[in-house]
Design a protein around this ligand. Structure first.
Ligand code: BGP
Length: 483
């Protein structure tokens, strides 16, 4: 039947190391940029951090027992680089590798397919200090060594691998909005870092294809389709421009090995383009992902820019407001942005928003999947999608999160339509399995199917309590999405 989910569809849920593990300095783990960043006053929500997080490091067996109860087919997690190589490039810490092998064994024992993310934003602090992190090509061999250690240890057990999580988001939050480490506002450095991440991604994929021929690997990209505000051709052009800057800029490199010419020309004109050598181009075109991971939360809407370019632009640091990572929304104060004359982010009058101002747009999910299929023709793995909300525990210890069920259900309906449209989707990982640390919103903004009893600064009992959505998703999986 054309409009069903495939038999072996991977119904999953996702997480990331810093957001769940805790045990930040145990068993030889080195500090990551997030361990350090969260100590800087005023940087994270109420100064909250991941030192304990939801203590998954010590409770992974309990967490997996809930996954089994739910009937989960796949679980996406990330490896903390500084657990495996504490200073990022030196000695391998066997205890770090052991933890992830034990986790993988426990998943497999319970019939759950592990999906392993190599980089979910927690660069070893030592590499940030020594080389400037992703800004420097020196981190590429370090990343390769780290990947090799994991490929060799886990290649017989893990089939699905993700290289980079949302490079568009971590580079723009790190270098454009100064909201994530290294917390600067410098577009030249942002584009330089993007290029190095692309090279590291391609290096990891090449090595993987040599060492793990039976496995599948790809990056996870935070994708949101761009809409024009009106049918005014200038707004339509603005949307094309925004799509090129926001999405093609990264996805073309992943899937075709080339940067979009239009964006490159603009960056060259402004003197902020990355340096791409002939050897870089050879590497980028030679390493193609096996699938494209997509994290979908929402897209964005733009209109032609109506802001006059200010005279005497200055490149001095501006007080940028924290903004939505999924859409580069050039504002007046962003005088140095190449996007300023080309498009202007604007509210979509047709869409409702979450408490955190994220648009709720299930149809956009179908649009996203279709666009990816037609532009890149690669299988898609939905590696994140979910609703952040304030969940209230009732007196009898229940969470009635019907809002989350509605949100997820609407997205599944659209995903199913996209599959019927001809998009090859191999799996869907809801964000997230348990509640966990939201990078900038602490433990207030919850996403999990399983509630975790803790507050910003009070670890309380860390008890796990399945929410209503847990039982709903259990049923979805049981019926293979045919509800
Ligand atoms: C994605 C990240 C996840 C997760 C999610 C929700 O960008 O890959 O790690 O955090 O967004 O974001 P937030 O916690 O900011 O609501």
């Amino acid at each position: 039947e054309i409009d069903s989910f495939p038999e072996d569809f991977l119904w999953g849920a996702a997480s990331a190391a810093y957001q769940i593990e805790g045990a930040w300095n145990e068993d030889g783990k080195g500090p990551s940029i997030w361990d350090e960043f969260s100590k800087i006053e005023g940087k994270t929500f109420e100064g909250t951090n991941g030192e304990v997080a939801v203590d998954h490091y010590h409770r992974y067996k309990e967490d997996i027992s809930y996954m089994k109860e739910m009937g989960l087919k796949a679980y996406r997690f990330s490896v903390a680089w500084s657990r495996v190589i504490p200073d990022g490039e030196g000695e391998i810490n066997e205890k770090g590798l052991d933890f992830y092998e034990n986790l993988v064994d426990e998943l497999i024992k319970n019939g759950i397919e592990p999906v392993l993310t190599l980089y979910h934003w927690d660069m070893p602090q030592a590499l940030q200090d020594k080389y400037g992190g992703w800004e420097s090509r020196e981190v590429i061999p370090a990343f390769e060594k780290y990947c090799e250690a994991l490929f060799l240890r886990l290649r017989d057990k893990v089939k699905y691998w993700v290289t980079m999580n949302e490079q568009n988001v971590f580079t723009s939050l790190g270098y454009r909005w100064a909201a994530h480490p290294p917390a600067v506002t410098d577009l030249k450095r942002m584009y330089a870092a993007n290029h190095v991440v692309n090279l590291a991604n391609a290096t990891a994929i090449s090595l993987f294809h040599q060492l793990v021929p039976k496995g599948l690997i790809g990056p996870s990209y935070g994708y949101g389709p761009i809409y024009p505000l009106t049918a005014d051709p200038s707004d339509v052009l603005a949307a094309e421009n925004a799509e090129a800057f926001n999405n093609d800029w990264t996805l073309d490199v992943y899937c075709r090995g080339t940067y979009p010419k239009f964006v490159m020309k603009q960056l060259e004109h402004l003197g902020i383009a990355p340096q791409v050598t002939a050897e870089d181009s050879r590497l980028l075109t030679s390493a193609t992902p096996d699938f494209l991971g997509i994290n979908y939360y929402h897209g964005g809407t733009v209109q032609q820019n109506r802001i006059e370019k200010p005279e005497n632009q200055s490149s001095t640091e501006k007080n940028f407001s924290k903004t939505d990572p999924y859409l580069m929304q050039p504002k007046e104060e962003q005088a140095m942005s190449p996007e300023v004359p080309m498009f202007n982010g604007i509210e979509n009058p047709y869409l409702e928003k979450t408490k955190w101002g994220w648009e709720i747009d299930p149809v956009g999910f179908r649009v996203a999947l279709r666009r990816i299929q037609s532009r890149y023709d690669l299988p898609v793995f939905v590696t994140e999608n979910g609703l952040g909300a304030i969940d209230v525990l009732t007196e009898d210890k229940k969470i009635h999160d019907d809002y989350r069920i509605d949100y997820l259900n609407e997205h599944l309906v659209e995903m199913k339509k996209a599959i019927a449209d001809g998009v090859e989707v191999i799996g869907y990982c809801a964000w997230s399995f348990t509640d966990l640390l939201s990078w900038l919103n602490g433990y207030k903004k919850r996403y999990g199917f399983v509630y975790v009893d803790r507050d910003e600064h009070d670890e309380k009992t860390l008890e796990r309590i399945p929410k209503d959505s847990f039982y709903w998703y259990q049923q979805v999986i049981k019926e293979n999405g045919e509800n």
